[in-house]
Design a protein around this ligand. Structure first.
Ligand code: NDP
Length: 297
């Protein structure tokens, strides 16, 4: 199966590895060409010089870019994909994008005989490496079937969320919850520390109680207490996701003040910590505001 993969970032490169083997014939494209060249040196793949060249013969095209803005750029920008698709190609957009753009891209492609599903992923770089990502996709079942081997190569739990745009909607909401958990857990650890409770004791109790979450059980012990803060998922991307969730809620007339507040707080964190910070570094903003450090004693 001829596959093109565009976007070899933190998670994209790990997903593409699973397609760099039989029965796939993989072509990769990345904005920074050096990443694509290194990838092709280490894996069974060829490098395309442009998005247009990448998709020319592909049966399935996967995009994994920061946001829908970049998906539009790779479609319509210089040497973009739009005029080069074969009829019958499926574009699987694994970007955590926004639902309205997913719908408009799907409609534009449909007029050219090209099919689209939004298929954002969760599970982070660990699941991407293992090929066990959760994939939430939006679109037609018959279209999904044509792309199934590609999605199964990197996905384990693969869920139909609904029509085009539903995968993106679900992903944005999931990540809004992640953002809320990071902020609330950091606040929840700052307070007992100020009250003189040992941090380790506080975390042990939370993790044996109803306040626990993936953030308290995994992210805080592995990344914050150790002060390692590895870069696996940029804070800027989580800020984008919670922003999508906040706009979606507003468009639907849903009342979600917690999500709106978390979106504002992540906007602040992005401004303070910059484009390259990891998402868990948002904890540092709360530490600074409270003059505490959540670290191994
Ligand atoms: P990165 O920021 O690590 O990589 C982004 C990729 O997009 C790079 O290949 C980058 O190219 C490319 N890119 C950026 N801007 C442009 C542009 N204007 N035109 C063309 N290409 C561009 O992101 P991730 O790989 O972490 O994330 C990709 C998507 O997956 C995002 O939507 C993210 O929210 C989502 N996601 C990420 C997870 C993670 O754990 N990292 C988990 C789940 C979902 P270049 O190399 O030139 O910079």
């Amino acid at each position: 199966m001829r596959v093109a993969f565009l976007g070899l970032g933190d998670i994209g490169a790990l997903m593409a590895v699973h397609l760099a083997r039989d029965p796939f014939d993989l072509v990769v494209w990345n904005r920074t060409t050096a990443k694509a060249t290194t990838f092709a040196r280490e894996h069974k793949a060829r490098v395309a010089a442009t998005p247009s060249e990448a998709v020319k013969n592909a049966e399935v095209v996967v995009t994994c870019l920061p946001s829908s803005v970049e998906v539009e750029a790779v479609l319509h920008g210089a040497e973009g994909m739009i005029d080069s698709f074969r009829r019958g190609t499926v574009l699987v957009d694994c970007t955590s994008g926004d639902p309205p753009t997913a719908r408009s891209v799907a409609a534009e492609l449909a007029a050219r005989g090209v099919d689209f599903i939004d298929a954002p992923v969760s599970g982070g770089t660990v699941a991407a490496k293992a090929g066990t990502l959760t994939v939430m996709w939006g679109g037609e079942a018959a279209v999904f079937e044509r792309a199934r081997p590609v999605i199964e190569a990197f996905g384990k739990k693969i869920v139909h969320a609904g029509p085009v745009g539903s995968g993106d909607a679900l992903k944005a909401v999931n990540n809004a919850l992640l953002a809320v958990h990071i902020l609330s857990t950091a606040e929840g650890l700052a307070v007992p520390v100020k009250a003189g409770v040992d941090q380790k004791v506080a975390l042990d109790v939370i993790n044996a109680s109803s306040g626990r979450s993936n953030t308290s059980e995994n992210l805080i012990p592995q990344r914050v207490l150790t002060r390692a803060f590895p870069r696996t998922f940029r804070l800027a991307l989580l800020e984008k996701d919670i922003g999508i969730a906040a706009v979606l809620a507003e468009d639907l007339g849903a009342r979600t003040p917690v999500i709106s507040l978390a979106a504002a707080r992540f906007h602040e964190a992005r401004t303070k910590l910059g484009e390259e910070a990891d998402h868990v570094e948002a904890v540092k903003m709360i530490e600074e505001e409270n003059s505490v450090e959540i670290r191994q004693q």
